[in-house]
Design a protein around this ligand. Structure first.
Ligand code: ATP
Ligand code: MG
Length: 569
């Protein structure tokens, strides 16, 4: 490709609304243009990268035996009502309702409902199973504040796959195949990823994994053991029980006046104690009533863990009215002593001594509270998020890193086949629910995550397999015929060898060209200049290195080939 025949509108200025490196660099490198908040045009260079990523995904999906199809972005809301997900999706689900005939149409944030409808329509026998259907298709999620460039957008490209099996053992096989295919995809894309256990929903166990890329631009947290023995996302991360530190003799319970002081910070400052000396009492409601959670003052309730151990559905914060009715006090003064409701205490609360907590009386707390003497714990479990200082099961320290999810594999079980009544006939002719799995991967997010992982102050450093071009030829001294002819010859030679090559044939100063080459970040740079050619050489330099190798023009193809090979690892 000749630069002058192509379209790479690089810009010098850093866009004012771009914060994360991938966003800044994609705009500066002329890959991307925002069209509306959260939706971007991929300019040719950006689109090349996106296509390289989708090609890798498609190849690995096909190799794993999955079958490609394409489903529309527009869905009838009836299917979403059937699965009962309209409410859960909330405002994320884009509804088209400006005209009466569009009123039942939504834009798909994902396609479980559509594929389940297809499966129940066409798959009637166990003989047609197992099957894994996938697409690479545009999704719409009306994220309220889309930010971070293409890491989180309202319109994005996802590969989503759905497996249908006869039984759980079959699902395990389908899932393992997808897990392995994902590992290969990320490896080929050159992404440094970590697969973590994630919230697994109805099936439990190891039924869900997220593929994470560690980056400051991420909004999730990866929790891993320092010795590498464990990794999970923050929602899921488990830790060793907090040991009983032991303490002096139990104090007497005393009521203290804490006027208007309702937060852990306010009360601990006022009473000169640590937040970890306080019991935080959080009141929730669920479909069948109220639930009170106790955690240490410096810990946070993990609602997913709580809902799981308490086996309740629809867990959410109780209303002010509910709290006041239950505690007889204003919000902020609840405590476990005398609490008449179902209470689940976090494990760390079970080893607290002489704790401070709300008195169930407005503007009052009590001190010297001890488990067993002042209140009993009937149910205790791990219901909190891990924090700095917690340890993994084997005693190794837990480490927290910011990350972004690039892929997700999930054992759904019968979640959708139940709600949408999707069945097949088994060997004995009885109707059985499909056992499903779903597998998503974000193509745009892979592009951005790769830039987050590989960039420096001058620009992007693409992993070889997803680089827009493997080789970037900078032709200097364009008025010299030898330079023009040699650069063109090398370009043609590489191109006919099947290597993606970009020749910067613009009439511009060397410094300017090098800057753009560094910015757009192709892994191998060849410099063809008059001075070099006079000595019989051109220069080869890797974007990620600083060494410049002088080679004869005749050696270029073989040198480039071996550079590509070693970069691909
Ligand atoms: P997140 O927690 O980051 O919002 P998610 O768990 O909602 O993601 P999934 O429903 O698991 O995402 O979708 C599968 C994949 O689609 C994700 O792993 C991610 O790569 C991609 N993806 C999801 N939401 C977005 C988005 N708003 N913009 C770009 N890619 C996205
Ligand atoms: Mg996910």
């Amino acid at each position: 490709m000749l630069w002058t025949n192509y379209f790479i509108p690089t810009v010098k200025e850093t866009p004012h609304d771009a914060v994360v490196p991938s966003h800044v660099l994609m705009i500066r490198a002329g890959m991307l243009r925002q069209i509306v908040a959260g939706a971007y045009a991929y300019l040719p260079l950006g689109y090349r990268v996106l296509q390289k990523v989708t090609n890798i995904i498609r190849e690995e999906m096909n190799a794993a035996g999955a079958i490609e199809l394409n489903m529309p972005a527009m869905h009838p809301i009836e299917l979403w009502e059937e699965s009962g997900r309209v409410e859960a999706m909330g405002a994320t689900l884009i509804r088209l309702n400006d005209q009466p005939w569009r009123r039942g149409t939504v834009l798909g944030p994902t396609h479980e409902e559509i594929i389940t409808d297809i499966a129940r329509s066409y798959i009637s026998s166990y003989k047609q199973l197992p099957i894994n259907l996938y697409q690479i298709q545009t999704k719409f999620r009306d994220e309220q504040r889309p930010k971070s460039g293409v890491l989180r957008t309202r319109e994005f490209l996802m590969k989503d796959a759905y497996s249908f099996d006869i039984d759980k053992a079959g699902l395990d096989v389908s899932y393992d195949k997808m897990y392995a295919a994902y590992c290969r995809m990320f490896e080929r894309c050159g992404l440094p990823y970590t697969a973590v256990e994630a919230e697994s929903g109805p099936i439990g166990g190891d039924a869900s994994h997220e593929f994470m890329v560690v980056t400051d631009a991420g909004e999730d947290y990866l929790v891993r053991a320092a010795d590498g023995s464990y990794a999970a996302n923050l929602e899921r991360a488990e830790m060793l029980p907090v040991p009983d530190a032991g303490r002096d003799a139990p104090a007497d319970v005393a009521e203290v006046h804490t006027p208007g002081l309702s937060t852990i910070e306010q009360v601990s400052r006022f009473l000169k104690c640590e937040p970890s000396d306080m019991i935080k009492t959080i009141i929730f409601q669920h479909t069948e009533g109220l639930l009170v959670a106790l955690v240490r003052g410096d810990h946070e309730v993990n609602e997913l863990k709580l809902a799981r151990v308490a086996e309740v559905k629809g867990l959410e914060a109780a209303t002010q009215e509910q709290i006041e009715k239950l505690t007889g006090a204003a919000v902020g003064f609840a405590g476990p002593v005398g609490m008449e409701a179902r209470v689940v205490a976090d494990q760390a609360v079970t080893v607290m001594h002489n704790a401070v907590t709300g008195a169930n009386k407005t503007d009052h707390h009590i001190t010297g509270v001890n488990v067993g003497r002042d209140f009993t714990i009937k149910e205790s479990a791990d219901i909190r998020y891990a924090v700095e200082g917690d340890k993994a099961a084997n005693g190794s320290d837990l480490i927290f890193e910011k990350c972004i999810e690039v892929g997700h594999v999930f054992k759904l079980g019968t979640k959708y086949s139940d709600s949408m009544n999707a069945t097949f006939l088994d060997k004995n002719g009885s109707a059985r629910k499909f056992i499903m799995g779903c597998y998503g991967i974000g193509a745009n997010r892979i592009v951005a995550a790769a830039i987050e992982s590989f960039n420096d102050e001058s620009g992007i450093c693409w992993p070889i397999n997803i680089a827009p071009f493997a080789v970037h030829i900078c032709a200097l001294d364009l008025r010299d015929e030898n330079v023009t002819a040699t650069a063109k010859r090398l370009h043609d030679e590489l191109e006919s060898a099947g290597i993606d090559v970009l020749l910067d044939d613009r009439d511009a100063r060397p410094g300017f060209k090098f800057k753009d080459a560094d910015l757009i970040g192709c892994p191998i740079r060849l410099t063809v200049g008059k001075r070099g050619l006079d000595e019989g050489i051109v220069e080869l330099k890797l974007r990620s290195g600083s060494d410049v190798e002088k080679i004869a023009p005749d050696e270029v193809l073989s040198k480039v080939r071996s550079a590509i090979k070693s970069l691909a690892g």
